[in-house]
Design a protein around this ligand. Structure first.
Ligand SMILES: C[S@@+](CC[C@H](N)C(=O)[O-])C[C@H]1O[C@@H](n2cnc3c(N)ncnc32)[C@H](O)[C@@H]1O
Ligand code: SF4
Length: 450
């Protein structure tokens, strides 16, 4: 089954997925109109989310697929913060009314590369032109090697209550191969500091499928993780995408990576250990304790997925600030330029630094809902006529084999992924992904599903 279903496929943090955006007909003006419309419909009731990309890291981890710039020169901080605030001002000008911020996520790169004072300037700068929703959720990604008490303290004073730390794997051989040297003590300190200061959710990111990693390494990484019992665990499958420009996945060979069969065993072992420790599997890649807000969102049927991954609430509008960030107006997507130099140049001309995007068609909207249902609730239905699209019968034919393998249950107007089928959720989504079905990519775009 692993061999049968291990194909290249998207992780569905959006639908349509980025390679299928219709860039030929996209215009920034159309996107701005869609953003304004959604903003007017939702700002006073639900508010907006902000994703802020902070791209700098001091040292390159060779497995990393994120958009980052490696430097030890901290002089880069101030101009970048100033640029982010200029970009924010352009959005506020466009929207014409003070946004009410419900969610902020600081992602990277490494947000904690920045000094606590610069992060304070950033957040205070945003709120010069915005209000805070009554219920809000502010979070950051921290590197355990450089997240100091001061970072956590300052951000907590500004409303941040969730932090996730990159752990990946504790084994020295794996750490050497991925060029990431990170002792357990650093993760322990960063985790305990966050808890002492008052963060109510501390997450750890663990990856399986890294170069030279074995099932035993995954087991002992999880055993160590259990000593700290983070509230959430992202248990990611390593995405090997060395063909993407600018990512450093060249420090090892394809043969150094575990095979799909071993990778599956790593996942099964990790999942068993995490379940034994009291974690509940949520959607794809994520585990949480019952006390964590992510689990509570599942209970309330409120789990949502967007470019930030799984989130506990949905806002129609998500503004992305910083290089490579993606904004989502619910009826459209738009991405910022990826290179710092281009980002600064466009801002200098007074332009929101977007360079590509997609406006959703009515078919896209229907399929997006199915994909969200599958990714967040492992089931979907077309009982309501408006959820039906003409290719549904073809989708079901495609899924017959998965049904025979016990991975999905197909009913007259609905479909459910079984517990056994959970690891194959991306494959089920692919059957619904009409853009992918109609034109299979000629070149490799996506990582393998397993
Ligand atoms: C921006 S990083 C986290 C913050 C900080 N820079 C750090 O490294 O600790 C976000 C997470 O993405 C995950 N990640 C990055 N590249 C990946 C890849 N190629 N495959 C799977 N997960 C990846 C890692 O688990 C990483 O912790
Ligand atoms: S994993 Fe984190 S620290 Fe390492 S290069 Fe990627 S973003 Fe930077």
């Amino acid at each position: 089954m692993i061999q049968k279903y291990n194909v290249a496929g998207p992780r569905y943090t959006s639908y349509p997925t980025v390679p299928y955006w219709n860039e030929a007909i996209f215009t920034v003006d159309d996107y701005k109109k869609s953003l304004k419309r959604s903003f007017q419909e939702s700002n006073s009731s639900e508010g907006i989310s902000l994703y802020i990309h902070l791209p700098f890291c001091e040292s390159l981890c060779t497995f990393c697929g994120c958009n980052k710039r490696i430097t030890k020169r901290h002089e880069v901080e101030s101009p970048y913060i100033a640029a982010l605030l200029e970009e924010w001002d352009l959005y506020v000008g466009l929207l014409g009314e003070k946004p009410m911020i419900r969610e902020i996520h600081l992602g990277g790169g490494t947000p904690t590369f920045f000094s606590p004072e610069n992060l304070r300037k950033l957040i205070n700068g945003l709120f010069k032109n915005a209000t805070r929703a009554e219920e809000f959720d502010f979070s950051l990604e921290g590197h355990p090697n450089n997240t100091k008490k001061d970072h956590l303290q300052v951000l907590n004073e500004l409303g941040f209550t969730r932090v996730s730390y990159g752990v990946q794997d504790y084994n020295p051989v794996v750490q050497q191969a991925i060029h990431r040297f990170q002792p357990f003590l650093n993760v322990k300190n960063a985790t305990e500091n966050a808890r002492e200061i008052g963060y109510n959710s501390v997450g750890h990111d663990i990856i399986f499928g890294l170069p030279f990693q074995t099932v035993d390494h995954v087991r002992s990484t999880i055993e160590k993780t259990k000593e700290l019992m983070p509230d959430r665990i992202a248990f990611y499958s390593y995405a090997h995408v060395p063909w993407i420009k600018g990512n450093g996945q060249r420090g090892y060979k394809d043969e150094d990576l575990p095979t799909a069969g071993v990778k599956r065993e790593m996942y099964e072992t990790g999942k068993r250990l995490l379940k034994e420790a009291g974690y509940i599997e949520i959607g794809m890649d994520h585990f949480a304790l019952k006390s964590d807000s992510l689990y509570k969102a599942v209970e309330k049927g409120k789990l949502h997925r967007n470019f930030m991954g799984y989130t506990t609430s949905k806002t129609k509008v998500m503004v992305g600030l910083g290089v490579s960030s993606i904004s989502d107006s619910w009826t459209g997507f738009a991405q910022n330029v990826k290179k710092l130099e281009d980002y600064y140049a466009l801002l200098e001309q007074g332009e929101i630094p977007l360079y590509r995007g997609h406006i959703l068609t009515s078919e896209d909207e229907v399929i997006r809902q199915h994909i969200l249902n599958l990714m967040c609730r492992l089931k979907t239905d077309w009982c309501n006529k408006s959820h039906y699209f003409s290719e549904i019968p073809d989708v079901l034919i495609k899924l017959k084999e998965m049904e025979a393998d016990g991975l999905v249950i197909i009913e007259k107007d609905s479909l459910q992924i079984t517990e056994k089928g959970r690891p194959f959720v991306r494959n089920v989504c692919m059957a619904f992904d009409m853009l992918l079905q109609r034109s299979k990519p000629e070149t490799r775009l996506f990582s393998m599903t397993i």
